[in-house]
Design a protein. Structure first.
Length: 169
């Protein structure tokens, strides 16, 4: 059962916009999944990680428009493409026979031409450290002055979003 999660109070990390469950909601979801405190712990750890990592970021508002949608990790491409189609965004697609150099060049160009708030879908199983997101796109997005923030969507193996946060640049 998919449940829309309320926005978490932003007193601890005022620069981040969260869409994660509060303690009561996390308990309800965890109870439904049968994993109890593990889910609450994981959500809390992710919130703390992003807050500590980006807590000193700029307090400028995150742009409302999003056109560039990235994905990294197994099972994330479909979620990114579905979200982009429903929200007027675009994803990068390259030919299956493209060389690594062509994929890297296309990824670099896509990130360099991004603007506003960008969205990325990442697997809860982890982000490939040798993938285009980690090796090419992320660094370019962070250097791109036209990008105002990144919305991270962490998805589980069934493709459901389990955590979302927007971090302004």
């Amino acid at each position: 059962m998919m449940r829309r999660m309320p926005v978490l109070a932003q007193s601890q990390y005022p620069d981040a916009i969260y869409s994660v469950p509060g303690p009561a909601e996390a308990a309800a979801v965890a109870g439904e999944l049968g994993v109890g405190a593990v889910i609450r712990s994981a959500v809390s750890a992710v919130v703390d990680f992003f807050g500590n990592l980006f807590g000193s970021s700029s307090s400028s508002p995150v742009a409302a428009s999003t056109t560039s949608v990235f994905w990294s990790g197994q099972g994330t491409q479909s979620a990114a493409e579905t979200w982009a189609a429903a929200n007027g965004g675009t994803t990068l697609s390259v030919a299956q026979n493209a060389t690594e150099a062509q994929v890297t060049a296309a990824s670099a160009s896509y990130a360099a031409n991004a603007s506003g708030n960008v969205v990325v879908f990442q697997s809860a199983a982890g982000v490939p450290v040798g993938g285009q997101w980690a090796q090419t796109e992320y660094g370019i997005l962070m250097s791109n002055q036209n990008v105002t923030g990144i919305t991270y969507n962490v998805i589980n193996e069934s493709g459901a979003t389990i955590f979302t946060t927007t971090i302004p640049k």
